[in-house]
Ligand binder design. Structure first.
Ligand SMILES: Cc1cc2nc3c(=O)[nH]c(=O)nc-3n(C[C@H](O)[C@H](O)[C@H](O)COP(=O)(O)OP(=O)(O)OC[C@H]3O[C@@H](n4cnc5c(N)ncnc54)[C@H](O)[C@@H]3O)c2cc1C
Length: 572
C-alpha cells in the first residue's frame, strides 16, 4: 500500500527555480505553510549548480544599458517568437533578483571600483552577465539553499523519484513517487504544485547536461493533460568540449576568446561580422557546422570533428581569475591548458526552449499547477535563448510562481481527494508491469540508440527526410521498449528501474519534439531546416502546442504576443 503524505504545496525540483520559489513561499507564509521539496537527486546536485557563465540583468543604467535594450536583444535573439509582454516582465524583474541574491550573501564578482562586474555574452548588446567567476550556478544554489535554512516550514524529499502527476476533474491532487532509499511507493498530496523539474538535455548523446536531466516533469505534465509548447526548439551551444560534451562557457568568448578553423581563420567574420564570436548561439552553431562540413574542421574521435576555441591571447591572469573552472576542466578532461593551447569544441545540445505551456504568471491550464524554470515554456526565449537569460528566468519565475502560490494558499485553496484507482494503476505500472517485464531488450542499449538517433536527425540542421526517418526509427524503438527487462528486481535504490522510467519519458518527448520539428516548415532560431531555409512569418509566426489524446499526440498552435516590435530581418 502506498504511504500518503500531505503538504500545502509541493515543489517538484530543487534547482534554481524550485529553490527560489520555495524561499519566496517560506518567507511570506512562515508558520502558516508546510512545503514539500522533492528531488530525485540530493538537493544541491540539481543541474543548476553547473551553470557557469552568468545571469542576465540590466545593472549599469548609468553606463548606457537599459531595460528596452535587454528586451530588444532577447526578442531579436528569439527570432521574434518570444511573447513580448513576457520579455518585458522578465527584464524589469531580473535586476531585483540579482540584488536580492546579493543581500542573501552571494559573492558576485566585482569590478575595481567595487561595483558588480558584468561580462559580455552572445546576442547581448551590453555586458549583462552577472557572475561569480565561472561557477555562477553553484554560488546561486548555495545562497538560496543557505537562506532557506533559516526557515523550518519545509521538508526535503531527496532521492525521491516522482513517477506521475495525478489530476482529477481539472484539479491537481497528488504526485506519486518512489522513495529510492527503501523503494516505498509514496503519494504526496498538496493544494498546489510547482513543476520545476528542469529540461530534457539528455534527449541527445552529445549534450552538456547531467545524466539526470531527462525531462520527467515535461512528460508527466503532458500525460496529465498540459500542452507542451515549442518543443522543436532545442538550443545547440557552440562550444561543447570534444569528446565529452562538457560545456565550455560562452563566458570564454565574452572575455575575448576566438573561434578558429583549421586554416587559423576567425571564420565568424564570414557569418556575423558585426558580432563575431558574440553572435547568438544558433548563428554560431550553424556557422561551425558549415565550417566542419566544408572541411575546415579538425578530425576528432567518434566522428566528432571540431574547431578551435583560442584563449591563449587573453593571458594567464584573465584565464585564472575569470575562467578557473574552464581551465581545470580542459586540463583534466583533454589534457589541454587553455593558457597555452586551443580548446577542441563543437556545437552541443544545450537547452530546451520549449516546455510546459504556462501563462505569463507561470500557471498551467490545470488548477493548482504552476511551472517555472527550464521545464516551463512561458515563451521568454522563443526560437533561441540568449546565454544567461535562463538562470535569470529561473529566479524571476521562481519568484513569481512562489508569490502566486502563496496567494492561492492564503485564500484557502482546498485539498482535493486522491482517486485511489489512479494511484493503484500507477503503482501497478511501475512495480507490476515495468519491473516484472521479461523481454530481450536492454533499456540502456535503447537509451543509447535513442540519443544517437536524436543527434542524427534533430541536430543543428534538420530536414523532412531526416526527421521522418527519425520518427520511423523511433517507432521501432518504442516497440522494442515494450520488451525490455530490468535486471535489478529489488526495491532498495533501484537505479535500473528509475533509469527505465526516465527512458519512458524521453521516448515520449522525442516523438513530440520530432513531430513539432517536422510540422514547422521554416527556419527560425534554433530550428534550421535545410529544405525550408527561410523564416516564414506569414505561416509560422506562432507557437506550436502538442497535446496528448487517446490517438497519440495532436498538434495545434497559438499566436505570438507582439506588444512592441514587429519582426524584421535578423542580422548581426
Ligand atoms: C553545464 C551548463 C551550464 C549552464 N550555464 C548557464 C549559465 O551560465 N547561465 C544561464 O542562464 N544558464 C545556464 N545553463 C542553463 C541553466 O543552468 C538551466 O536552464 C537552469 O539551471 C535549470 O534550472 P531548473 O531550476 O529549471 O532545473 P534544474 O536545475 O535542472 O533542476 C531540476 C530539478 O528537478 C528534479 N527532478 C527532475 N525530475 C524529477 C523526478 N522525476 N522526480 C523528482 N525530482 C525530479 C531534479 O532532481 C532537480 O532537483 C547551463 C546549463 C548547463 C547544463
Amino acid at each position: 500500500m502506498a504511504e500518503q503524505i500531505t503538504h500545502d504545496v509541493l515543489i517538484l525540483g530543487t534547482g534554481l527555480a524550485g529553490l527560489r520559489a520555495a524561499l519566496g513561499i517560506a518567507r511570506r507564509l512562515e508558520q502558516n505553510v508546510n512545503i514539500g521539496l522533492v528531488s530525485k537527486v540530493q538537493l544541491m546536485r540539481s543541474h543548476s549548480v553547473c551553470a557557469e557563465g552568468g545571469t542576465a540583468a540590466v545593472l549599469q543604467n548609468d553606463e548606457g544599458d537599459n531595460l528596452d535594450l535587454h528586451a530588444w536583444d532577447t526578442i531579436k535573439g528569439s527570432d521574434f517568437l518570444a511573447d513580448q509582454d513576457v520579455v518585458f516582465r522578465f527584464v524589469e524583474q531580473a535586476p531585483d533578483e540579482i540584488y536580492q541574491l546579493e543581500r542573501w550573501g552571494l559573492p558576485w564578482s566585482r569590478r575595481e571600483d567595487g561595483r558588480i562586474l558584468q561580462r559580455d555574452f552572445g546576442g547581448h548588446s551590453f555586458p549583462r552577465a552577472t557572475m561569480a567567476a565561472d561557477k555562477t550556478g553553484f554560488y546561486e544554489m548555495q545562497t538560496l539553499y543557505d537562506t532557506l535554512q533559516k526557515y523550518d516550514n519545509f521538508t526535503r524529499y531527496d532521492e525521491v523519484f516522482v513517477t506521475s502527476i495525478i489530476v482529477d476533474d481539472g484539479h491537481f491532487c497528488a504526485l506519486t513517487a518512489i522513495d529510492m532509499m527503501d523503494g516505498k511507493f509514496l503519494v504526496l498530496r498538496a493544494r498546489a504544485l510547482l513543476i520545476a523539474s528542469g529540461g530534457a538535455g539528455t534527449l541527445f548523446g552529445f549534450t552538456t547536461y547531467s545524466q539526470t536531466v531527462t525531462g520527467d516533469g515535461l512528460a508527466m505534465a503532458y500525460r496529465a493533460g498540459v500542452a507542451l509548447e515549442d518543443m522543436e526548439f532545442i538550443q545547440f551551444h557552440p562550444t561543447g568540449l570534444v569528446p565529452s560534451g562538457i560545456l565550455i562557457t560562452e563566458g570564454c568568448r565574452g572575455e575575448g576568446g576566438y573561434l578558429l578553423n583549421n586554416t587559423g581563420k576567425r571564420f565568424m567574420s564570414d557569418y556575423a561580422p558585426g558580432k563575431m564570436e558574440l553572435a547568438p548561439r544558433d548563428i554560431i552553431s550553424r556557422a561551425m557546422m558549415q565550417e566542419i562540413e566544408q572541411g575546415r574542421g579538425f578530425s576528432g574521435p567518434e566522428g566528432l570533428d571540431y574547431l578551435h576555441l583560442d584563449l591563449a591571447h587573453l593571458g594567464k591572469d584573465v584565464v585564472l581569475r575569470r575562467l578557473p573552472l574552464i581551465r581545470e576542466l580542459c586540463m583534466k578532461f583533454v589534457d589541454v591548458d587553455p593558457v597555452v593551447d586551443p580548446i577542441p569544441v563543437r556545437p552541443v545540445a544545450h537547452y530546451s526552449m520549449g516546455g510546459i505551456e504556462t501563462d505569463i504568471h507561470g500557471k498551467t491550464n490545470i488548477e493548482g499547477v504552476w511551472a517555472a524554470g527550464e521545464a516551463a515554456c512561458v515563451s521568454l526565449h522563443g526560437a533561441n535563448r540568449l546565454g544567461t537569460n535562463s538562470t535569470a528566468e529561473c529566479l524571476v519565475w521562481g519568484g513569481i510562481c512562489g508569490e502566486q502560490i502563496a496567494d492561492v494558499l492564503q485564500a484557502g485553496q482546498p485539498l482535493p481527494a486522491v482517486p485511489a484507482d489512479r494511484v493503484a494503476a500507477e503503482e501497478q505500472h511501475v512495480f507490476g508491469d515495468l519491473l516484472e517485464r521479461k523481454g530481450p531488450q536492454n533499456p540502456y542499449a535503447l537509451s543509447h540508440e535513442l540519443r544517437r538517433l536524436m543527434d542524427e536527425c534533430m541536430g543543428v540542421f534538420r530536414s523532412h527526410e531526416g526527421i521522418s526517418t527519425g520518427l520511423r526509427k523511433l517507432g521501432e524503438l518504442r516497440g522494442r521498449w515494450q520488451q525490455i527487462a530490468i535486471e535489478d528486481k529489488g526495491r532498495v535504490y533501484n537505479s535500473n528501474l528509475v533509469n527505465t522510467l526516465e527512458l519512458e519519458n524521453l521516448l515520449d518527448l522525442a516523438e513530440i519534439a520530432m513531430m513539432a520539428a517536422l510540422a514547422r516548415e521554416e527556419s527560425r532560431g534554433g530550428h534550421a531546416r535545410r529544405d525550408f531555409p527561410q523564416r516564414d512569418d506569414e505561416h509560422w509566426l506562432k507557437h506550436t502546442l502538442i497535446r496528448r489524446t487517446d490517438d497519440g499526440p495532436e498538434i495545434g498552435d497559438k499566436p505570438v504576443t507582439i506588444t512592441h516590435w514587429n519582426p524584421v530581418e535578423r542580422k548581426y
